[in-house]
Structure formats: C-alpha cells, structure tokens
Design a protein. Structure first.
Length: 377
C-alpha cells in the first residue's frame, strides 16, 4: 500500500520504471506560477529535493538546475571573474587546473556529483602522473568553485570539500654543505650568473623574486635591497611583473659589503652586455636578466645549475634548496628564530609568526653577514 502523502509534501508517486517522481507548487516566481518536478531513486530523495526547492525560493536563490553539468558550471564560474578582480596568471592557473576536472567529470550533472566521483577523479589524476602537490592544488580550486554553487542553492552540499584529497608527504629538506657551496663557487667563478646564486639566493630570495628584482629596488650606497616584485610567465610566452602578495614577503634586507661589491661589478658587466646587444637589448631594469635584458627562464636556469653541480661533482638539488640551505645555516649559526624568519621572509606559518617580536635591522645585518661569510668565504 502506498504511503499517504504528508501535509505540504507536494505530489509524490512511484513511476512504472521503479523511480520516484514528485512535484510541488512554488507560488509565483518572476511573475509566473512555478511548479517544480524532481526525480530520485527513493521517496526520501524526492522529498529532500522538493524541500530544497522550497527553501531556495524562500531564500530568493536560483532553483537547482537538474541538467547543468559540471563542465557548464565551471565554465560559468570562470567567466564570473571580472578583469582586475584577480591576476591574469591566477585566472590562467584556475582554468588550467579545472580543465583536468572537466576532462574527467565534465559530463556529470552538477546536482548529482558525489564524493566518490570526486575522489576517483583525484586518484585518476595521480595515476596519470600528476604529483601529489599538483593534485591537491586542483582539489583546492575545485572546492573553491563549488562554494559558489552551494551559496546559489544549485547543490545541496559541497561534495568536493567533503571528498578526501591526496596525501602529500612533505619533501625532505636537502641543504648544501659549506664544502659543496665552495665547490660550486669555484665552478661558477667567471660566469655571469654567479651574482644570482651568491647574492640573490644567498639572501633567501625565491626564484621568481630574484628573476624580478630591479635596480630601482637596490640601494648600493645604503647597502639595502627592497623585495617588492616577482616575475610571472603568462600564456603565450610573455611575462609580467606583479607585486608580492604577503606583507612578510615584501621586505627590505641589508646587503653586506661583499655583496655590494659583487653587485657593482655585476652592473658594469650588464652595461657591457647592453652595449654589445645594441637594438636587441630590452631594458626592464632587471638585476639578473638574460644577455638580452629579458627575464631569465626558470627551466633554463635550472638546467644550467644541474650542469654546474655535475661539473663541480656536487649532487644536484633544486634551486629552492638554496633557501633551505640559508635556513639550515642560520640555525647552525644559532641565529635567533625570529631573526631567521625575517631574513627568509616566511609567511606561511601564520600561527608561529604571531608570537615573533620585531627584529632590528642590526640583527638582520649580523645574520646576513654570517651567511655571507659561509657562502662567499
């Protein structure tokens, strides 16, 4: 015997194919009398969908579109970013990451997307060769996009946020030893990129910060360098200079006398390269440009550094390991933790950073000079 319909439930019945269907009058919506029909595998599922529809109308939200696919929704979500709201490179990054989701889940109806489907998609990406950190980044952007669907009432819950993402093991830190750095310095003694590695990265600059550093941000007379910008590659092979996002990253560091001397010599060499290049030179005021004045390409620099390591008989590491090395050596030198944090300009450990006190420029200078003696000794 069929269960009697409860008060306010609307019309619910079981179809010949075994599925349940329901409909309910929602009153006047945008000048028209609205009736919503829903379908489900169980009576309870249909009842829930009808309740969701009533709540959406009462809250003034758009009614769930049962036919909207994940691809349609994500395309719409990306289109909602107005020019200037986010950086061009950020939007390109969102689009690149969501293309992987669209490829796998684009055909699925947004309202029917499940946690299991999301987890399976993330696992598939890992099996295809994406590193765990990359899969996690895709998951984060997908979660961010799904929030808007939840706010709009187009989904009942954010199944993407509820899905388990890939486990990411922290990469073991691998600093260079003092002996290895001395061997690398001997190998690079006369190369034009020597200042990049032994001034830029010895100061703990990130790769993009070093590539985007301009002479206008360097005060050789005062022995100061202002870290303000980074360079980003854009779609089509171009590049742009963007301001650093965090206050901790935007900072002023003290240069040692030896570092100032290296940079003065380096600037003279750049002047000679500019004259030699003639009309081919593109002036971007960069401290560490190519021999044509344009920003360095990260992949080329990494390949070059691998070759330097091999010739110096030093096991190759990532360029980022220069920052790891600086942090490790600061610890070995017993530099106070808050001083080391300001030298390296860490901002991702927000809980710890709340307890740090202000560090004087003199203490930072002493720390940098101690590092300089190791890097350039």
């Amino acid at each position: 015997m069929a269960k009697r319909r409860g008060h306010g439930e609307g019309s619910i019945h079981r179809r010949k194919d075994g599925r349940w269907a329901g409909s309910v009058e929602l009153g006047w919506v945008e000048g028209k009398r609205k009736r919503k029909s829903v379908y489900g595998a169980t009576r309870a599922e249909v009842l829930r969908k009808l309740d969701d529809a009533r709540r959406a109308v009462r809250a003034g939200a758009a009614l769930p579109n049962e036919r909207r696919t994940v691809e349609q929704y994500l395309e719409w979500w990306l289109s909602e970013f107005k020019p200037g709201r986010v950086r061009t490179t950020t939007l390109e990054s969102y689009e690149q990451k969501l293309r992987h989701i669209i490829r796998i889940l684009g055909h699925v109806r947004l309202s029917k997307l499940t946690e299991d489907q999301v987890e399976q998609a993330l696992n598939q990406l890992a099996e295809e060769g994406h590193n765990p950190g990359g899969v996690r980044a895709i998951h984060i952007v997908f979660k961010h996009a799904q929030k808007k669907a939840l706010r709009n009432g187009w989904v009942v819950k954010n199944v993407v946020a509820l899905a388990d993402g890939p486990k990411v093991e922290e990469r073991e830190k691998d600093p260079f030893t003092v002996e290895e750095v001395k061997a690398l310095r001997r190998e690079m003694e006369k190369h034009r990129l020597l200042p990049l590695f032994f001034v830029g990265l010895a100061l703990g600059l990130r790769e993009s910060e070093a590539f985007g550093l301009r002479w206008g941000d360097v005060d050789l007379d005062g022995g100061l360098v202002h870290i303000r910008h980074q360079v980003r590659r854009t779609t089509g092979g171009g590049f742009e200079f963007v301001e650093l996002k965090t206050r901790a990253s935007r900072s002023t560091l003290e240069l040692t006398k030896k570092q100032v001397a290296i940079l003065r010599k380096h600037r003279l060499r750049l002047n000679q390269e500019r004259l030699a290049a003639g009309s081919l030179w593109q002036d971007h005021d960069l401290v560490f440009p190519t021999d044509r004045g344009t920003p360095l390409d990260a992949s080329n620099v990494r390949a070059f550094f691998v070759g330097v390591c091999e010739r110096a008989k030093v096991r190759p590491r990532r360029i980022h390991d220069w920052r790891v090395t600086a942090g490790s050596w600061l610890a070995d030198l017993n530099v106070h933790l808050d001083t080391a944090k300001q030298v390296l300009r860490h901002a991702n450990q927000s809980t710890t950073m709340k307890h740090y006190t202000h560090t004087s420029s003199e203490r930072r200078r002493e720390a940098i000079e101690a590092l300089d003696k190791l890097f350039n000794g």
